[in-house]
Design a protein around this ligand. Structure first.
Ligand SMILES: *Cc1c(COP(=O)(O)O)cnc(C)c1O
Length: 367
């Protein structure tokens, strides 16, 4: 939220134009089928309400992890269908789902029992999750026919979408992709063919290798693509735009002699006479504490690199080779000039984690 007054210039600029653009690209990849815009974890750190508003015209429903995230969207006035990707944590949620029009995933026996035993004012659309090989959530393939029969016979159930999730869709050569797809397709063929189906996340949607046999009643689920990231190995082949630009100002600039060290633990040692800039962002803002020396940043049209350990509120960067660096200059930690995936690779993480962990201390500025 960008409410309130912030004097520190550190901020995450969110481009609603980029969100809209990326949603349109996702829509083009999902022509002739239904599109679920995944905006869990506060829209991967971008602000769920603003993302929901920006992508509204391109998606058929929103996806969140659990009911509290869905309730916030209803409170903000969004009336679209919302899928709860982890389903319900207790049976008390079911009447709330019925009242607000949420569509829970059913991934285990306890969730199934809760639905079958509920007495709801309105039947619920449910999504049945199948474990086709990721082994995280979902019914085993051989249980699904029974589960479907019970749900189909239940007056609590309005419609059923059969879903599964790929473990390795970002690695197009991984053998589990086709194995999971084949198990799912085989299961779908055995059960009622009129059901809605859903298997693809962004990576599966963008991977040309994985033929999912998409039909008009199939749902594609896309999250990270909305925020400007192609998670497959063909990372730059899509015309996506970075939705977040993380920016922080330089607070201090100093020259140090060769042999002097910078920051906690004196990790970075100057090999030559060096100029060090201190930047107002740290791990309490969500900048990754494990970022090694050399992690890139961008300022004044040039790259510089992290020099020394990340502190709670500050980082230090080596700007010896950057021209004209002054206090107040703004540094881009990631954004249109420095891809978040490149930073993620440097720090041993992924774009999803870096984006979603930007803390509430960092105001979001919407453009
Ligand atoms: C988060 C999530 C997605 C979105 O994945 P992306 O890789 O961001 O597209 C899709 N499906 C499920 C079940 C999820 O939990």
């Amino acid at each position: 939220m960008s409410n309130g007054l912030h004097f520190r210039p550190t901020r995450a600029e969110i481009s609603t134009a980029a969100l809209r653009h990326n949603a349109k690209v996702a829509r083009q990849h999902a022509t002739d089928c239904l599109l679920l815009g995944v905006i869990k974890a506060d829209g991967y750190g971008h602000g769920a309400n603003e993302v929901a508003r920006a992508i509204n015209g391109s998606v058929d429903a929103y996806g969140v992890a659990f009911i509290d995230e869905a309730l916030k969207l209803r409170d903000a006035g969004f009336l679209q269908p919302i899928v709860l990707l982890e389903g319900c944590f207790s049976e008390a949620e079911l009447p709330v789902c019925a009242h607000y029009g949420f569509q829970p995933v059913v991934h285990c026996q306890a969730q199934l029992d809760a639905i079958l035993n509920a007495r709801l004012v309105k039947p619920l659309p449910v999504w049945v999750k199948v474990d086709s090989g990721m082994h995280r959530l979902g019914f085993n393939v051989d249980q699904v026919e029974t589960v479907l029969a019970e749900l189909e016979a239940s007056p609590q159930v309005a419609s059923i979408t059969l879903m599964t999730h790929f473990a390795n869709a970002d690695l197009s050569e991984h053998p589990l992709n086709e194995a999971q797809r084949d198990r799912f397709i085989e299961l779908c063929a055995r059960t009622s063919p009129t059901k809605s189906l859903s298997s693809a996340n962004t990576a599966a949607l963008l991977s040309s290798k994985l033929d999912l046999g998409i039909e008009p009643h199939h749902w594609q689920r896309t999250g990270i693509m909305l925020y400007g990231v192609n998670p497959t190995q063909e990372r730059t082949s899509e015309p996506l735009q970075a939705a977040m630009r993380l920016v922080a100002p330089i607070m201090a600039v100093r020259d140090i002699a060769a042999g002097e060290a910078v920051g906690y633990g004196s990790r970075w040692v100057a090999e030559r006479h060096s100029r060090i800039a201190t930047v107002a962002i740290g791990y309490a803002d969500g900048y990754p504490r494990h970022a090694p020396d050399g992690t890139p940043v961008w300022l004044n049209g040039q790259r510089a690199s992290l020099a020394g350990m990340v502190s709670m509120d500050m980082i230090t960067i080596d700007v010896t080779d950057v021209e004209q660096v002054e206090v107040g200059d703004e540094v881009e930690l990631w954004g249109p000039n420095l891809h978040v995936c490149e930073v993620a690779d440097c720090v041993g993480s992924i774009s999803y984690e870096l984006l979603s962990r930007i803390s509430p201390r960092v105001p979001r500025h919407y453009k």
